[in-house]
Design a protein around this ligand. Structure first.
Ligand code: COA
Ligand code: AMP
Length: 631
């Protein structure tokens, strides 16, 4: 008899050792662990201590040896280059071991860092797994970031090698990557000795002698490299995510706990059997891409799809249905914003009818709040369960979901259902006291966090404690606010910090403010996330100019927009700013961003009792009106 969600969830918390050691039996170990969880130094918990394994072996070689050698492992579907290329597990293993050999030829050994700055090409996946094969630590940087962001990451993790490509393609525009890479290395203090560059035929680039190496040439002279044993607790990757300042946080993932949790999640959360086709339409530069394009589907012996396209414009709003039908996708995962983009172009979902979606069984959405209109549209047009689930870069896999492989629970609109096994989610007030069902507070997770979550931040143990564990002792602070209802359903309402969510991408308004403040004419500034029908939120800047500046405001705004694009990148989607005389503040000088946001969104607001000068709110409203807000 199968167990109910309540039974499985309860056991995960009352007997974590038994629960996760059973899950760990699904992973191939060179040596089993000495301890399931080491709790001796909280909040630095260590899962499967003493265990030895290799992540790439579990993702690829294991399947070659156990009957899946000729099954498709990876399908690269690229409408922007009009190509589809499939790699079987055997072919993928051979490509990975050859590239691992190339990395080793250039001195990469266990523990070295390798930055991967690439578009959505199979070589990005091959490079990630080649690092895992060697026990090297990869750090993938999303292509939509500017050179400066790449430079910050280079200096923080000090890679031995950077792997990149000549260009990416955004719908119909070729985006040269190499100039960004060259600028980043110029800006950075740490200089990697070697860059391995994939030359794409759409736009080749110049290689710098004695530093840059062509991917094909590097592989041609390399011998295949075998898997290097690593400890379960050794780092597999670093993934930088927005913090509350311009300094991104280097989230670390370990090898053993990650393999255990991700493989478990495929069966029990996503309800996917080995051999099925699983597609996550994200980017390898984000955590969703790491976990559910690359690692989890491969650990589970699935076929994974790497899609180099967009929900609309490549070529139309039927792109997702075409991919699902052509590759017989069973389970599909994307962000609500992608559905809003499709709905805008094809509100009646007419294009869906052109494709055979008979193999498609579930849609998972995450990355931002799932608005009821998008949920209803997707359910009605697709006729499959639509599952909202909540997670973060830090956790690496879902915190809350409808765990379909255990028991499908009734769906409640606006809720990503209940905490998944291992995640003891609570709601607390400012004094770390639990609140009653239905009351809003800080969403926290009681320690220890389950395997697969981040053990620390790269080179920043103190920041790890300070940012996540100091405010609510004994809990992990998610920095999301919300409530849990009488039935145990979790509702995620908003962030408690300065992070905004733009098209499912996590951005720090503080980091954008740092760029605005660097403009020579800006005396003071503030950035808020204003509601947007397509992207969920968009950053909007307020600028107070220095005394005596008489330049055209439009010109200054234009310069500021370009500065953000140059320093953070196009992914910030920063296009709106307005000049104001003064910023509304409390008497102690705190800028009232929350109130400004309410005015911009056209929501009711109370004049805060602590406000210094209420008249400034009217000035803000007028400035917003001039640029079309509330929209
Ligand atoms: N390399 C270079 N530039 C990139 C890039 C990349 N990998 N990814 C995005 N950009 C650029 C875009 O071209 C755009 O530039 P522009 O301002 O010149 O138009 C800018 O960054 C903003 O990108 P995005 O926010 O993605 O907006 P968009 O208008 O191109 O597309 C959506 C909007 C909704 C279609 C798109 O965001 C999407 O498909 N989202 C799916 C959700 C998703 O992937 N979430 C990730 C977490 S699950
Ligand atoms: P990231 O680390 O980029 O994955 O962003 C994580 C943040 O995205 C979370 O802290 C939430 O604010 C938001 N988020 C992700 N999934 C959901 C969801 N299903 N519902 C509401 N917010 C979400």
């Amino acid at each position: 008899m199968s167990s109910s969600y309540e039974e499985v969830f309860t056991r995960s918390l009352t007997d974590p050792d038994g629960f996760w050691s059973e899950a760990a039996e699904e992973v191939s170990w060179i040596k089993t662990w000495d301890k399931v969880i080491d709790t001796s130094n909280p909040p630095f918990y260590r899962w499967f201590q003493g265990g030895v394994m290799n992540t790439c072996y579990n993702a690829v070689d294991l399947h070659v040896e156990t009957g899946r050698a000729d099954q498709a492992a990876l399908i690269h579907d690229s409408p922007v280059t009009d190509t589809v290329k499939t790699f079987t597990y055997r072919e993928l293993r051979d490509e990975i071991s050859a590239f691992a050999g190339a990395l080793a030829n250039h001195g990469v050994i266990k523990g070295d860092r390798v930055i991967i700055y690439m578009p959505m090409v199979p070589e990005a996946v091959i490079a990630m797994l080649a690092c895992a094969r060697l026990g090297a630590i990869h750090s993938v940087v999303f292509g939509g970031f500017a050179a400066n962001e790449l430079a910050v990451r280079i200096d923080d993790c000090e890679p031995r090698i950077i792997v990149s490509a000549s260009c990416g393609i955004e719908v119909d525009r070729v985006i040269p990557y190499k100039p960004l890479l060259d600028t980043a290395i110029e800006l950075a203090s740490h200089k990697p000795k070697t860059c391995i560059i994939l030359q794409r035929p759409m736009e080749k680039c110049e290689l710098i002698p004695n530093r840059d190496m062509d991917w094909t040439e590097a592989v041609d002279v390399a011998e295949p490299h075998d898997c290097v044993p690593v400890f379960a607790t050794d780092p597999l990757y670093i993934l930088y995510t927005s913090g509350t300042t311009g300094e991104p946080k280097g989230v670390i993932r370990d090898n053993g706990g990650h393999a255990v949790a991700l493989k478990w999640s495929m069966k029990y959360i996503y309800g996917v059997e080995p051999g099925e086709v699983f597609w996550s339409a994200s980017d390898v530069g984000w955590v969703v891409g790491h976990s559910y394009i690359v690692y989890a589907p491969l650990f589970n012996g699935n076929t994974t799809v790497l899609f180099e396209g967009k929900p609309v414009g490549t070529p139309d709003a039927g792109a997702f249905w075409r991919v699902i039908s052509q590759h017989k996708v069973g389970v599909f995962f994307t962000a609500p914003t992608a559905f809003r983009a499709i709905k805008k172009e094809d509100p009646k979902g007419k294009l869906i009818k052109n494709y055979d979606l008979s193999r498609f069984k579930t849609l998972f959405l995450a990355g931002e709040r799932l608005d009821p209109a998008t949920l209803q549209w997707a359910e009605e047009k697709l006729g499959v369960p639509v599952i909202d689930h909540w997670w973060q870069t830090e956790t690496g896999w879902p915190i809350c979901a409808n765990s379909l492989g255990i028991e499908k629970l009734p769906i409640k609109e606006g809720s990503p259902t209940k905490a998944v096994p291992g995640m003891d989610v609570r709601v607390v007030d400012n004094n770390a006291q639990e609140v009653n069902p239905g009351e809003i507070g800080a969403l926290v997770i009681k320690l220890p966090l389950p395997p697969g979550t981040f053990p620390t931040l790269w080179n920043a143990d103190e920041r790890f404690i300070e940012a996540y564990f100091s405010e609510f002792p004994g809990y992990y602070k998610t920095a999301d606010a919300g409530f849990i209802d009488e039935d145990g359903y979790v509702f995620v309402m908003s962030r408690t910090d300065d992070i905004i969510n733009v098209a499912g991408h996590r951005l720090s308004t503080g980091a954008i403010e740092e760029v605005l403040a660097a403009h020579q004419n800006v005396a003071e500034c503030a950035v808020i996330g204003v509601a947007d029908q397509l992207k969920g939120q968009l950053p909007l800047g307020f600028l107070v100019l220095s005394a005596g500046v008489n330049r055209s405001h439009a010109e200054i705004v234009n310069e500021i927009v370009n500065m953000v694009r140059d320093r953070i990148g196009p992914v910030a989607s920063f296009k709106i700013a307005t000049v104001v005389e003064r910023l509304p503040k409390t008497r102690s000088g705190k800028i009232l961003r929350g109130t400004m946001k309410k005015i911009a969104d056209g929501e009711e607001y109370k004049i805060p009792a602590t406000i210094d000068d209420p008249e400034i709110l009217a000035e803000v409203a007028t400035a917003l009106e001039e640029i079309g807000y509330p929209s």
